[in-house]
Design a protein around this ligand. Structure first.
Ligand SMILES: Cc1ncc(C[n+]2csc(CCOP(=O)(O)OP(=O)(O)O)c2C)c(N)n1
Ligand SMILES: CC(=O)[C@@H](O)[C@H](O)COP(=O)(O)O
Ligand SMILES: [Mg+2]
Length: 630
């Protein structure tokens, strides 16, 4: 039995000796590399928090002490130490989530994988403790990347104001988001990282002075309580101390003893305290440390020895098609610039950045700033392309509405991971964009069905300079091109049956589903028309008239059913006094459990069989069409 196998819960950590803790760290790293290589997941971030997680669970008494993980992608070690060691189906259907999960454990609190929220959660938890007179510590673990998010500073502003409300912030500073963390904060953290003199002097002072009879203790207390000036001489605390937080660090985040000592000091402090831990993303696994792009932030299924991907590639991804086309556009249009929120490569801007380094900005994990800055860029005379994952645009809704759209700024948003993403769980699905953005006046939304359409719609989008535009596509390989057989208004006709009864409106990647559903229906004698609107907002003016020629309209989208494209089409028919029934196929108003994208789509009925079945059933209950006299 390994030491790790004997850890059933945090209590089992308390009695381990220093050598045993060292062995445990090695066992955990060995476990992580092999387990995550088998399933895919956040290998780099978790290799970086092995000692930190062990120290946290030795010093604090979770779940009475509340430990909140920001973003939560780095909670695998926490899971291993809190009774969850079956990683065989990590992020898979019925297996462990890749993020904290209340359903899995009482030790887990925040399931939201959107960064920069942990300090806000901790602020609330600490206030609740204080109001109820409850004992127990509140600890928030936040990465240096997540600290670049505005919400973290809103929380810090509140936390620092409450001098008598204990709250411990552990900054897991590995100097990276995916890429090296950017901005003034990153530079400040770097300053703190390189001036650890104060801690060393303090450690020396404690060691020597406390052994010095009579005066030693007094001198040590004086040293320890030294004014800010003394401390600044060794480690300019600046930012955090000026905010009113006690700063402890920088601490070697891979030295369990040092981290424990710092956490115990923080524990004794009756107010907000920040413990700055220096860690290494990918620690202990050379291929991760050598991976300059992101230190194996997320890996697919791979051979742990060679790091060769083992999952079959099904051809180019939507991301790569976007990444190549935006470079071509950048060659033709000097005014096109790009913005990423700490995800340059994941959103496909790596090639653009290499080609046009002065025309791309990484704003940190700051989607709201990205949108407002884009409004400024557009007003300043250039055309910004803001590339983010669909789910993360949610937090920039107000900025898109009130800064970009209200001022009719020519900004193009490119949403990757739109629709069901699957393995990253509920908060990662890009399922809300085409619902919440329906209410943005002037915004135009495109959903390409294949690579050719992505290229074309992206070009159409960046050509608009007096309104925001948005192009969205999913996390999967791009399928084969789907040619149009006709065009009606702005609608691409993909299929036109004889005397069709059903109009299938295929939104983006749902085109193959609709074409297969049409085949199934026609096998039952129900002929269909299948159209791809390309631009789903505003609804194409030709759609109501086309709908009027059919008995039923079915809108199929990889987006929430509520207030989605289907709802917009129904409204357009109503406004045109076209009383043809509309059936909406999309994602139900649920938080979807983690599973593969295909599994989730099947579970929610976004398959040809389900769509055809529902349409057939709808027609069956309709009044039969009266045959008009010949
Ligand atoms: C709002 C938001 N934007 C982007 C992401 C994507 N994302 C996940 S982890 C990560 C980097 C986090 O860096 P850091 O907080 O330093 O944690 P580390 O991975 O270094 O441990 C990013 C950008 C996210 N989860 N949330
Ligand atoms: C935690 C987080 O938000 C990202 O790391 C995300 O998990 C990446 O998702 P992809 O694997 O789809 O790029
Ligand atoms: Mg980091």
């Amino acid at each position: 039995m390994t030491i790790l196998e004997n850890i059933r819960g945090p209590r089992d950590l308390k009695a381990l000796s220093e050598p045993e803790l060292g062995r445990l760290s090695e066992e955990i790293r060995e476990f992580l590399v092999h387990a995550v290589a088998r399933t895919g997941g956040h290998l780099g971030p978790n290799l970086g928090v092995v000692e930190l997680s062990i120290a946290l669970h030795r010093v604090f008494e979770s779940p009475v002490d509340r430990i909140v993980w920001d973003t939560g992608h780095q909670s695998y070690v926490h899971k291993l130490l809190t009774g969850r060691q079956d990683f065989s189906k990590l992020r898979g259907k019925g297996g462990l989530s890749g993020y904290p999960s209340r359903e899995e454990s009482e030790h887990d609190i925040v399931e939201n994988s959107h960064a920069s929220t942990a300090l806000g959660w901790a602020d609330g938890l600490a206030k609740a403790r204080q109001v109820q007179g409850e004992k127990g510590h509140v600890v928030a673990v936040i990465g240096d990347g997540a600290l670049t998010g505005g919400m973290a500073w809103e929380a810090l502003n509140n936390i620092a104001a409450a001098k008598n409300r204990p709250l411990i912030i552990v900054v897991n500073d590995n100097e990276r988001s995916y890429a090296p963390t950017i901005g003034g904060l990153a530079n400040h953290l770097a300053t703190l990282r390189t001036t650890d003199g104060y801690e060393k002097v303090l450690a020396w002072g404690k060691d020597v002075l406390l052994r010095t009879p009579v005066v030693g203790h007094t001198v040590y207390e004086a040293l320890h309580g030294a004014k800010k000036g003394f401390k600044d001489a060794f480690a300019p605390q600046g930012l955090f101390e000026d905010l009113g937080l006690k700063y402890v660090g920088p601490i070697d985040g891979h030295d369990i003893g040092a981290v424990e000592s710092a956490l115990r000091r923080a524990k004794r402090f009756h107010g907000p305290v920040l413990v700055h831990c220096l860690t290494e993303k990918g620690r202990g696994y050379e291929p991760a440390l050598a991976h300059e792009e992101d230190h194996f932030h997320t890996v697919g299924v791979m051979d742990p020895l060679t790091c060769e991907p083992l999952a079959p590639s099904n051809g180019p991804s939507w991301t790569s098609v976007f990444g190549d086309e935006i470079v071509r556009i950048g060659e033709e249009r000097e005014d096109v610039v790009a913005i990423t929120a700490a995800m340059l490569h994941p959103v496909g801007l790596g090639k653009f950045a290499a080609r046009f380094p002065d025309r791309v900005w990484d704003v940190g994990i700051a989607e709201q700033h990205a949108a407002v800055s884009a409004a400024g860029l557009a007003t300043g005379g250039v055309h910004p392309v803001v590339a983010v994952y669909a789910t993360f645009l949610n937090r920039a809704f107000d900025q898109l509405l009130m800064d970009v759209a209200l001022h009719r700024c020519g900004v193009t948003f490119v949403l990757d991971r739109a629709g069901v993403t699957g393995v990253d769980g509920a908060s990662h699905n890009g399922m809300w964009d085409m619902s919440i953005l329906q209410v943005v006046p002037g915004l135009r939304i495109a959903a390409p069905r294949d690579a050719d359409q992505l290229r074309a719609q992206l070009r159409e989008a960046v050509a608009v300079d007096d309104a925001p535009t948005l192009v969205r596509f999913p996390k999967e390989s791009v399928g084969p091109s789907i040619p149009a057989v006709d065009r009606i208004g702005g609608l691409d006709v993909l299929h036109r049956g004889e005397r069709p009864e059903v109009l299938l409106v295929a939104v983006g990647v749902m085109a193959p589903v609709c074409l297969q559903a049409a085949e199934l229906l026609e096998a039952r004698g129900i002929n269909c028309t299948v159209v791809d609107p390309r631009w789903v907002k505003p609804v194409d003016p030709a759609l109501p008239g086309l709908a009027a020629e059919h008995r039923l309209v079915a809108v199929v989208e990889d987006n929430s059913r509520a207030a989605g494209v289907g709802a917009a089409v129904a409204l357009a028919l109503e406004d045109a006094d076209v009383d043809v029934p509309v059936r909406r196929f999309g994602i139900p108003e649920q938080f979807l459990a983690h599973a593969k994208r295909g599994e989730v789509l099947a579970d929610i009925g976004l398959t040809p069989v389900e769509v055809a079945g529902r349409i057939s059933a709808s027609l069956a209950v309709q009044e039969p069409v009266k045959e008009t006299a010949e």
